[in-house]
Design a protein around this ligand. Structure first.
Ligand code: MN
Length: 262
């Protein structure tokens, strides 16, 4: 099969259902939870929408809205420039990331049972190696997605799950991020929670390893994913283009997964 035939076969399989398209994105709405930072750190604005016209005197034949939000709102993409460790890297902003890097395979590690037992569950390298013993080595250039079941938490307070000791949300350990970045050369790391790091990661060394290590190595993040239970452990392909914001640090996006049907 030549490349043109390959592309035609792909389109035909998507149209015919042999390749299923799974939407891993949450709806974007004013109640979409936004990460909370303690003062004096500046807050990110939630999603806002206001009607411009709706088939009325403001616009008799059309409907449209004004929208605004922080770049890191809802299902969103973290570019390397989001973190200080990725500050000087080339092609590190939303408008300069090479587009071919935005289509990549995904490995899904199911941690939902562990998270059921503890909201502070941390993914460790030993758990990844156990996954690899079953499914094979994580290929370089892959997304690694941590399935937790967290997206089922529809109440924003339960989704953020903060107490006086800070947020209690699952995520990766420092050793986990080091392993995935240095030993597996992943493309990126994705989670169901509001941010790519664990709720207690402010106290890790280094703090926020998913941000610090991932973005320092030019790799990407995805937060607030859903429907990870619809993906196989290995073999899905993600399409993850952020908005082309000039010098952007990230953006809300639609994350689509291509899944081959048996
Ligand atoms: Mn983010």
């Amino acid at each position: 099969m030549n490349n043109q035939e390959l592309l035609g076969a792909l389109v035909a399989a998507i149209a015919g259902g042999g390749i299923r398209v799974v939407d891993l994105s949450q709806p974007l709405r004013p109640s979409t939870p936004v990460i909370q930072l303690p003062p004096p750190l500046a807050p990110s604005q939630p999603f806002r929408i206001e009607e411009v016209a709706r088939y009325d005197e403001r616009g008799p034949a059309w409907y449209w809205n004004n929208i605004s939000c922080g770049e890191h709102t809802g299902t969103h993409f973290d570019a390397p420039a989001h973190w200080i460790t990725g500050r000087g890297l080339p092609n590190a902003h939303t408008d300069t990331i090479p587009p071919q890097l935005l289509i990549a395979p995904a490995c899904v590690i199911d941690c939902a049972p562990e998270v059921e037992a503890s909201a502070d569950f941390l993914l460790e390298p030993a758990r990844i190696e156990a996954w690899e013993a079953e499914h094979g080595r994580i290929p370089a250039g892959s997304w690694v997605l941590m399935r937790t079941g967290w997206s089922c938490r529809e109440d924003p307070a339960a989704f953020l799950n903060a107490s006086e000791t800070g947020p209690h949300v699952p995520g990766p350990s420092v050793a986990c991020m080091r392993f995935l970045v240095e030993e597996r050369d992943i493309r990126g790391w994705g989670v169901e929670a509001v941010g790519t790091d664990a709720g207690q990661a402010f106290a890790f060394e280094p703090p926020f390893p998913a941000h610090n290590l991932l973005h320092g190595a030019g790799k990407f993040g995805l937060a607030s994913l859903c429907q990870l239970d619809q993906l196989p452990p290995k073999g899905a392909v993600l399409i993850t283009p952020p908005l082309k914001i000039e010098n952007g640090s990230g953006s809300p996006l639609r994350v689509l997964a291509l899944v081959a049907q048996a």
